[in-house]
Design a protein around this ligand. Structure first.
Ligand SMILES: *Cc1c(COP(=O)(O)O)cnc(C)c1O
Length: 378
């Protein structure tokens, strides 16, 4: 059996090596390294895959968030509501632009932004709600979009972990993650569900004017070359990464199916273990399992992680520290105890290996090692 990894990028590459090598070589030989035809083709193919009018490729997922926020013409002090239990990028960009991050509590079952907490956080200065579709499952968009509409707010969906997840509203309409709000943003960091072999990102929108503004923001504030209408940034996806992404996009549905199959295996193995809560599958959202994250109870989570490590099985804590107690955000004036649900989750969660190459033999070893640890404790 090969070594178990959190994410097996090498194994995945080996299955598509001939296609990838050829595509990369083609770009090198073409010398169209920046904004070449591969970037345009990838943009079109991703638009069609997502069912969205505009995809704007950029340099990474954090830039995608920044470009989206810059395109909304926000003013210093404007408030952006975002969840506490997540990766730092969303809240970092808010702070970097001189906006005010308003961190809210999450739902203890889905780990996603709690709409009631969003409602309670709205002030006259609120301009944007920025949900993160965590671990591969959409936040409660029906409620969040209702709140945004009532209060005339913009929505930026951070879909870095949930590309290709589908959300179904009560009227039966289904939309892909990132295509419901004013902007969706994503990352093609190698370990994401659609990852390239370096850095990459994109934002999406169905709004023609917002798309034009975002393109201009990402291109030094210019529409006409060397005429700069405002201060922008330089954020591009390069042609080699686009060529790789075009190939991987064709495999994305198969990759998702492999992740879901691994999640199903884990779910079945842990179904009757009271110390473990398997990931909740929200009826309105598909789950594309960027992470397979268990909640533990009456269990020394860190000792479980150590036990797995001793058997050669990696497991990670996403996320160990809530945003509101990070040193970077001490100026927001929060204290330990302010967000009990997020604080509890940071103590209870553990993410198991999740990728497209997991074999049944590996899954068997992972699940039996988890169960073995729990039985030793009894
Ligand atoms: C990975 C990630 C990002 C940042 O993407 P980069 O491409 O690394 O900048 C943003 N938000 C979330 C939720 C992520 O998981």
């Amino acid at each position: 059996m090969s070594d178990i990894q959190m994410v097996d990028l090498k194994g995945q590459y080996q299955h598509i090596q001939a296609e990838i090598d050829q595509a990369v070589l083609n770009v090198i030989r073409s010398s169209a390294y920046i904004n070449g035809p591969e970037v345009k083709d990838f943009q079109k193919e991703l638009e069609s895959y997502l069912g969205v009018k505009h995809v704007i490729p950029c340099a990474n997922g954090t830039d995608a968030l920044q470009v989206a926020m810059m395109a909304l013409d926000l003013q210093p002090g404007d408030e952006v509501i975002t969840p506490n239990f997540t990766f730092i990028a969303t809240v970092e960009v808010i702070a970097l632009l001189g906006l005010k991050p308003v961190i809210v509590e999450v739902d203890p079952h889905t780990f996603n932004m709690d709409p009631e907490a969003v409602r309670a956080a709205i002030t006259p200065n609120t301009k944007v709600i920025a949900p993160v579709h965590l671990f591969g499952q959409c936040a409660n968009m029906e409620e969040i979009m209702g709140i945004a509409k009532e209060n005339n707010l913009h929505i930026i969906e951070d879909t870095a972990q949930a590309i290709s997840s589908d959300y179904t509203f009560s009227n039966g309409e289904t939309h892909r993650a990132g295509t419901m709000g004013h902007f969706g943003t994503t990352s093609f960091f190698p370990s994401k569900n659609l990852g390239c072999y370096g850095d990459g990102g994109a934002l999406y929108t169905n709004d023609d004017q917002l798309a034009e503004k975002a393109r201009q923001v990402a291109n030094h504030g210019m529409k006409v070359r060397y005429y700069h209408d405002f201060v922008g940034v330089n954020s591009r996806l390069d042609s080699i990464q686009a060529a790789i992404l075009r190939i991987k996009l064709r495999h994305l549905d198969t990759y998702c199916a492999a992740r879901i199959a691994a999640a199903d295996y884990y779910d079945a193995a842990f179904a009757n273990i009271p110390e473990l809560t398997t990931p909740v599958r929200d009826a309105k959202s598909s789950h594309t399992f960027h992470q397979y994250t268990l909640k533990t109870q009456d269990l020394d989570r860190d000792a479980l992680q150590q036990h797995l490590k001793s058997k050669g099985i990696p497991a990670m804590i996403y996320y160990p520290v809530p945003l509101h107690v990070q040193n970077a955000f001490s100026n927001l004036g929060h204290q330990k105890g302010d967000f009990p649900i997020t604080e509890q989750l940071c103590k209870e969660v553990i993410s198991l290996p999740m990728h497209t190459e997991l074999t049944e033999e590996q899954l068997k070893l992972i699940t039996s090692s988890v169960i073995e640890y729990i039985e030793q404790q009894l």
